[in-house]
Design a protein around this ligand. Structure first.
Ligand code: ZN
Length: 479
């Protein structure tokens, strides 16, 4: 029996368990660094399958590693399980209908991501065991993908040192192997302190921290003309100093995401943004403190592993969908705005786009793109990809056109077609891992490709050495 058929059988044997686990993580909907129940559920499942589990790794309270096997090769399967704030939505509803108006929701499908990856890890374990093969599988429970940079902390502290290659996936609207590169990012928060005073009676005694924030932002906005084309800088004012205009604002805070294609470029831009903050403080006679909250590198893809993953994904194909599934996917598609529908059509071309309007579940595998696609955003998978060869795929867990981080993603999080796509991803990952474990030359080639792409650079974490992950702290996501 070939590898994909064998892996399919192993995953289908436990498919009910995976569907239940994914639905349960969807129900918990815990945001970054607070995924206590979700992490525990996944840890328990790994232990029941014979994995040894290490909880709370590198100071991440909800980070863990489940290991099975002995000796090399060692494969890391990366799983995420954090939800997003403010995206509560009832499952299976075709209209916006939150469970709790201010609640959280799995708006990026990480309930599926974490459990699809778990299915892969367990199938690799079952395959190694049944076939008495040498090798180790490690499931990395990676918290806080949404602007928490869980994997960057893991990479900074050397958790990928003994890994040979890493695999992951992401829920999406299409079945494809990702050949993408992303921006590196530094997330930093600037706090200004001034002096309060009556803004009309004694304005000369006040020094406004809000002025500093405004001046800093003006300075940074002037920088934009003089940055790399693909660089991006965006900010949010997280403390404007209060609600009273007649009180000079003694405190104010602004948080920045600074992105550029390479770590050295992002470091340089960060220093220039800090200079703008210093200049603003000088102009307004306030004091300034800056804190790096997190960061990640740019993603390095690995065509050696990607091509193998694509072959497996092609062999597996997308499962049959039912009339009921297509009907619900249609409701989801119809809930999109005209601009969203147009943008979806543009992404696949007119002909396929027209066809998908009638049957908005992408039930085919997209060809492998030899040319890497640029993602303006960032991902903490990048820090793993600087350390070990890393490959990822997406599967069609959501109706054609569904945008990420929306109520529609949450509404589809427990659908049967989402489950099917999740299991497909698990199968693609596990088959790729087994193929590579059985062929050391593939791993050597993947490693050589990584070295070539690094072109002499080595991984140096952008997260400062002293920065610790937050402890059980509720924060608004700033994705
Ligand atoms: Zn995501």
């Amino acid at each position: 029996m070939n590898i994909t058929a064998e892996i399919s059988r192993l995953i289908e044997n436990k498919s009910n368990l995976y569907k239940q686990l994914s639905d349960q993580v969807w129900e918990y909907a815990e945001t970054r660094f607070e995924e206590f129940q979700s992490a525990e559920l996944l840890c328990d499942s790994l232990e029941q399958e014979g994995f040894s589990v290490e909880r709370g790794v590198v100071g991440l309270e909800t980070g863990f590693i489940g290991s099975y096997g002995s000796g090399g090769p060692v494969v890391a399967i990366l799983g995420e399980f954090d939800a997003l704030a403010g995206l509560s939505q009832k499952a299976g509803f075709k209209e916006y209908n939150p469970v709790d108006l201010n609640g959280n929701g799995h708006g990026c499908g990480h309930n599926l991501l974490g459990v699809g990856a778990l299915a892969a890890a367990i199938a690799i374990k079952d395959y190694l065991k049944e076939n008495q093969l040498q090798g180790t599988v490690k499931y990395f429970g990676c918290p806080a993908e949404e602007s928490g940079y869980g994997k960057s902390f893991m990479a900074r502290d050397g958790l990928f040192k003994d890994i040979d290659f890493a695999l992951s996936w992401h829920p999406s609207t299409a079945n494809a192997v990702m050949n993408a590169y992303s921006n590196a990012v530094i997330h930093a928060t600037f706090q200004f302190k001034g002096r309060s005073a009556h803004a009309a009676a004694s304005p000369h005694l006040g020094r406004s921290a809000l002025d500093s924030v405004e001046l800093m932002n003006v300075g940074v906005n002037y920088m934009r003309e003089h940055m790399e084309d693909e660089a991006r800088i965006h900010y949010a004012v997280t403390n404007s100093g209060g609600f009273a205009p007649n009180v000079v604002q003694a405190e104010a805070e602004v948080t920045y995401l600074i992105r550029a294609p390479k770590p050295h470029q992002v470091k340089n831009l960060y220093e220039r943004v800090v200079d703008c903050a210093k200049g603003a403080a000088l102009m307004s006679q306030t004091s300034m403190e800056v804190q790096i909250e997190g960061s990640c590198h740019n993603l390095i893809s690995n065509s050696t592993l990607e091509k193998i993953m694509h072959q497996h994904l092609d062999d597996l194909g997308f499962p049959e969908v039912t009339i009921e599934e297509v009907e619900f996917a249609k409701e989801m598609y119809n809930s999109l705005t005209d601009i969203e529908k147009k943008s979806a059509e543009l992404s696949v071309g007119k002909e396929i786009g027209q066809r998908l309007k009638e049957k908005p579940i992408v039930d085919f595998i997209l060809p492998y793109s030899e040319k890497p696609v640029f993602m303006g955003g960032s991902t903490d998978v990048a820090d793993v990809s600087w350390n070990v060869p890393t490959a990822q795929c997406t599967t069609a867990t959501w109706a054609f056109g569904t945008p990420f981080h929306t109520w529609q993603v949450v509404a589809q999080g427990k659908e049967s077609y989402a489950h099917k796509a999740m299991l497909l991803a698990g199968k693609a990952l596990a088959s790729t891992a087994i193929t590579a474990i059985g062929n050391p030359s593939i791993i050597e080639k993947a490693k050589a490709e990584l070295q070539e792409r690094l072109d002499g650079e080595t991984y140096e974490a952008l997260i400062p050495k002293e920065l610790q992950p937050p402890k059980n702290k509720r924060q608004e996501a700033v994705y």
